[in-house]
Design a protein. Structure first.
Length: 477
């Protein structure tokens, strides 16, 4: 695969060493019309060694925010059981090989087991309660009214499951006038001030939504760290608690870190808005052969950049010869000066100049070329694996590394309800174990009869003989 344009170097992999005993080999891309891959084979792999090994999470959420949070906990070693609703919009969309197994679904539901239960059915709801009896954490983004009707709100469950960490994510605080309103990434971007700062930075009358579901993903990360904190408390005291993560509050707090600015003080000392981020010239620069983010911050950065571009006259400009750059007064003008000289060198040449003079620099990564980028490839951020029904696909890597308890991708995203029989059989064994006299058999159903799949990168997975090598945002219908 050709190297991506504008990239100038590689980085050391950030992933911890891969676990042993792969049950699924990685594969190169194939034509969608090729024969379906065989079922994965191989010995059962070891129990996960991630820092959350032994923690059980029930994922009662849909679309992106809740499922993404639960997936991260699964990457960290938790046993995540997804209660599959009759309809999840993450399974909608046109980009798939099998209906329901969309790219979005694959990207937020790995390391989970799927159990198909209709919570409006008394028997299935009873099975869900049995699962909660084995769980440490429940993650849900169902509206509070629906949870109350099902008897699955925190008030209804806390007496029955006092150890349960109940993480409830919603659009707005439950004690606010907006409680219960439908919330989507776009509306939360608006309600949190994010679209306002985008308008101010771009100076356009009709600002667009940021082209990433940032409210969903930041809220998911907030669910994760809040849940981990509650787990520490649970381990210390034996007590669970309700953890509420309103998206609007999360994003308002996120945006105000830098943008509160002068309104930090009472009375305000200056307007809101972080000047460097709102600089309208704060954008990628054209080089001789492409684009790069070249951002000189200090006066010396500017002088070195102008000198490298063969413009010593600009290096003598008094605006870049003081103690600091006045971003409010001179930011736009200096950005235009920088942009006028960057076409003098290629992206690779600018990379060398910027590295030499400590000028902030980054090549513009084209998403369609990401799999060939040395940084992405060596960090195992987009390895190819073989899904038992979907064939070869790109697995987004775990971005953090643990020296003692490595995180891992052990299971492919499941088909709807594919693990129902296995999980319910575990519940039956658990019930039978409780009925046995003490000391006559295993009592921990969490680790009984569970087969796990280890997904390893293509570089680390030579093919075996005979094997192929290998809320929230609304997805389009």
């Amino acid at each position: 695969m050709p190297e991506p344009k504008n990239h100038t170097g590689a980085a050391t992999p950030r992933r911890a060493p891969e676990p042993e005993n792969p049950a699924v080999t990685a594969a190169p891309p194939r034509e969608p019309s090729a024969a379906p891959p065989r079922e994965p084979s191989g010995p059962p792999v070891r129990e996960p060694s991630g820092p959350l090994a032994g923690v059980r999470v029930i994922d009662l959420s849909t679309v992106v925010m809740g499922p993404y949070a639960a997936q991260i906990l699964g990457d960290l070693g938790a046993d995540v059981i997804r209660i599959e609703p009759p309809r999840d919009t993450a399974r909608n969309g046109t980009v798939h090989r099998t209906p329901g197994m969309t790219s979005l679904y694959l990207n937020v539901n790995r390391n989970k087991r799927s159990v198909r239960l209709d919570l409006k059915d008394d028997a299935d709801r009873g099975r869900a309660m049995d699962l909660l009896a084995t769980a440490d954490v429940l993650i849900t983004n169902m509206r509070i009214g629906a949870l109350r009707r099902l008897g699955m709100d925190h008030e209804s469950l806390r007496g029955r499951f006092p150890r349960l960490v109940y993480a409830h994510a919603q659009g707005f605080r439950p004690d606010s006038a907006r409680a219960g309103l439908a919330a989507y990434d776009e509306t939360i971007q608006a309600a949190s001030g994010l679209i306002d700062v985008a308008e101010r930075a771009a100076d356009i009358a009709r600002p667009v939504v940021l082209p990433t579901i940032i409210a969903d993903k930041v809220s998911a990360l907030t669910i994760v760290y809040a849940t981990l904190a509650a787990l520490v408390h649970q381990r210390a005291t034996g007590q669970g608690q309700l953890v509420q993560v309103p998206m609007a509050d999360t994003m308002i707090a996120f945006n105000l870190v830098e943008h509160l600015q002068g309104h930090t003080f009472e009375p305000p000392l200056a307007p809101t808005g972080y000047a460097p981020a709102l600089n309208r010239g704060h954008r990628a620069r054209p080089t001789r052969d492409g684009l790069a983010m070249i951002i000189p911050y200090s006066p010396q950065n500017h002088r070195d950049l102008f000198a490298a571009a063969g413009r010593p006259d600009l290096a003598d400009d008094p605006r870049v010869n003081g103690e600091k750059i006045d971003v409010v007064r001179d930011g736009v003008a200096l950005s235009e000066m920088v942009e006028s000289v960057t076409p003098a060198l290629t992206t690779a040449e600018w990379a060398e100049v910027c590295a030499k003079h400590s000028i902030p620099f980054g090549p513009v990564l084209r998403l369609e070329e990401a799999s060939g980028d040395p940084y992405v490839r060596e960090g195992h951020l987009m390895d190819v694996a073989e899904h038992p029904t979907e064939g070869p696909y790109r697995v987004i890597g775990v971005p953090v590394a643990f020296s003692a308890t490595p995180a891992s991708v052990r299971r492919h995203a499941p088909r709807p309800g594919q693990d129902t029989e296995e999980v319910l059989a575990e519940l039956d064994r658990r019930a039978a174990a409780r009925a046995r006299p003490e000391g006559t058999g295993p009592t921990d159903a969490r680790r009984t009869g569970t087969r796990r799949t280890e997904i390893r990168p293509a570089e680390a997975c030579p093919a075996e003989p005979g094997a192929s090598e290998v809320s929230e945002h609304r997805p389009p219908n």
